[in-house]
Design a protein around this ligand. Structure first.
Ligand SMILES: *[C@@H]1O[C@H](CO)[C@@H](O)[C@H](O)[C@H]1NC(C)=O
Ligand SMILES: *[C@@H]1O[C@H](CO)[C@@H](O)[C@H](O)[C@H]1NC(C)=O
Ligand SMILES: *[C@@H]1O[C@H](CO)[C@@H](O)[C@H](O)[C@H]1NC(C)=O
Ligand SMILES: *[C@@H]1O[C@H](CO)[C@@H](O)[C@H](O)[C@H]1NC(C)=O
Ligand SMILES: *[C@@H]1O[C@H](CO)[C@@H](O)[C@H](O)[C@H]1NC(C)=O
Length: 468
């Protein structure tokens, strides 16, 4: 990066490595719900989070559970970590809220920045978890933790605008990028702490580089998360002279942004990547230590939410008890609202037909690969397609498998070749609403949602079917 350092061959590799980084792309959120296994384990979290990473995620978590992930929405196969930040909403003039769509999932930077006094940069130990930022903040507090949270207003045509620590008060033509830099100095002993922060610290001069304080002498790799929101979709819907976006924790200022990390890396593999990946542009495909998932896996890796409440559409209040608290005083926790306080049953993306029809969900499979269909014996289609209709059609014709695709197509058959069974396509690829009932899902583009006759001993496949 800095040409001036290049004439010292001995230091060359060291400096190059010190300036290198790699970016782990996450194609989409794994799940959006009130979950926070770090701060509020075992209960619905106080506010909605947009959660990325391994499908082992749950309301209570340890390292072992991350390792049970069957897929991840982030692309390094050795990374079964979870990363989350609050979810962004637009608040309309009438007070209602609706989610701001995300542009992709997240980009997680791993920056190999050593302590100037010590070249060693460690992978986080396996049980490490941490929080950056504070959801109660409503003003800039002039700390490293406050500086570590920022906003980039994306405008690919216009002159670059300076990054801000609160929400910018102008439209961002290419979206709003929200950024959280995690602390990179560890106390060397504790994997967590009561406030989920004290075992970690920022370097003692700037949040993103420099020497670690004596209290937290162990330099781990710097983790920096970026999430882009399509705030430009609301460019014509501003009112009242101030920006209309609010974090799910009731924060209209932007200072209450926060991020959580729970380590799920294969630690030796991450250490190898830290020690050897030297691309100055951060291109993860140039990092030989890491293997990447196929995009179909990361894009399709979804977890079923389990809190019985809407977090999308138009909402009269933010999920949980999160009145908008404008600051500048710290927000106060509010509990006296009617939001669910229990974790419910997983809300399935498939339609449960075990009791009504005696057919079970068996998974989402890639279809029509090389022109070959998973189920080819009979097909029908229509604007009134539903899961029931397809199954009943197949059953009436004596078939034992039924598959739905492209919202309106139904395929029947009596057998599925082993290599065509669901294996490369996690649930997220079969989420096209049925043409005849938008509350059900009828497969996807070149992905078929499969059901099988199972009579009296019916059990739906536990999601997800096959480890990735
Ligand atoms: C996690 O898994 C390891 C290896 O399988 C095992 O030794 C350890 O006891 C497990 N830890 C917990 C807390 O279950
Ligand atoms: C509030 O305004 C939005 C945007 O105009 C609209 O879609 C929504 O239905 C309104 N909600 C209520 C409760 O009127
Ligand atoms: C910051 O780092 C320097 C260099 O290692 C060290 O001498 C100093 O004591 C540190 N300051 C604090 C407040 O920890
Ligand atoms: C550098 O940091 C590592 C990891 O914390 C530690 O084991 C080692 O002793 C340090 N080396 C020096 C010279 O301080
Ligand atoms: C909840 O408590 C706050 C402050 O104590 C009060 O202002 C508000 O009216 C209460 N809301 C409900 C729904 O009871």
């Amino acid at each position: 990066m800095r040409a001036g350092t290049r004439h010292l061959p001995l230091i060359f590799s060291c400096l190059e490595l010190a300036q290198a980084f790699f970016k782990v792309p996450c194609s989409n959120p794994l799940v959006v719900e009130r979950a926070d296994p770090v701060v509020q384990p075992g209960i619905p979290a106080s506010h909605v989070h947009t959660i990325m990473g391994g499908s082992g995620f749950g309301f209570t978590m340890d390292y072992n559970q991350t390792q049970e992930s069957q897929c991840s929405s982030c692309s390094a196969t050795a990374d079964k970590s979870n990363y989350w930040i609050p979810s962004l909403y637009y608040q309309a003039e009438n007070g209602s809220f609706t989610p701001v769509p995300q542009n992709g999932g997240a980009l997680i930077y791993y920056l190999q920045r050593p302590d100037p006094n010590n070249d060693t940069v460690l992978a986080p130990p396996k049980d490490l978890r941490m929080v950056a930022g504070n959801p109660m903040d409503r003003k800039f507090k002039d700390t490293l933790e406050a500086e570590a949270r920022s906003y980039a207003c994306l405008d690919y045509e216009g002159p670059a605008k300076p990054e801000t620590n609160g929400f910018p008060n102008y439209n961002c033509p290419n979206g709003l990028r929200t950024q959280v830099f995690f602390p990179s100095c560890w106390d060397g002993t504790n994997y967590d702490s009561a406030d989920h922060k004290s075992h970690m610290a920022y370097p003692n001069q700037t949040y993103n580089a420099g020497p670690c304080p004596e209290s937290h002498p162990v330099k781990i790799v710097s983790i920096f998360i970026e999430v882009i929101w399509q705030t430009e979709d609301f460019a014509d819907s501003w009112y009242g002279g101030s920006q209309p976006f609010v974090w799910s924790n009731g924060d209209k200022t932007g200072y209450g942004l926060h991020g959580d990390f729970i380590n799920g890396w294969n630690v030796p593999v991450l250490q190898e990547a830290i020690d050897t990946c030297d691309d100055s542009g951060g291109d993860i495909t140039k990092c030989a230590a890491l293997t990447l998932y196929d995009n179909a896996v990361t894009e399709g890796c979804l977890l079923e939410p389990s809190i019985e409440e809407e977090v999308g559409g138009w909402l009269e209040a933010l999920p949980g008890c999160n009145p908008v608290q404008p600051g500048p005083d710290d927000a106060k926790a509010t509990k006296n609202c009617s939001a669910p306080t229990e974790i419910g049953k997983p809300q399935h993306y498939y339609t449960d037909m075990t009791e009504s029809l005696g057919w079970a969900w068996i998974g989402c499979a890639r279809d029509n690969a090389n022109g070959e269909r998973v189920l080819s014996e009979s097909s029908s289609s229509g604007d009134d397609m539903t899961v029931q209709k397809c199954i009943q059609t197949c059953e009436a014709d004596g078939y034992t498998y039924a598959g739905l695709e492209y919202a309106r197509e139904c395929f029947c058959g009596n057998s599925i070749e082993a290599e065509k069974m669901p294996s490369v396509a996690p649930m997220g690829k079969c989420l096209h609403p049925c043409s005849g009932d938008s509350s059900q899902n009828c497969g996807g583009a070149a992905y078929i949602g499969l059901y099988q006759a199972c009579g009296s001993s019916c059990e739906n496949l536990q999601y997800p079917a096959v480890p990735y």
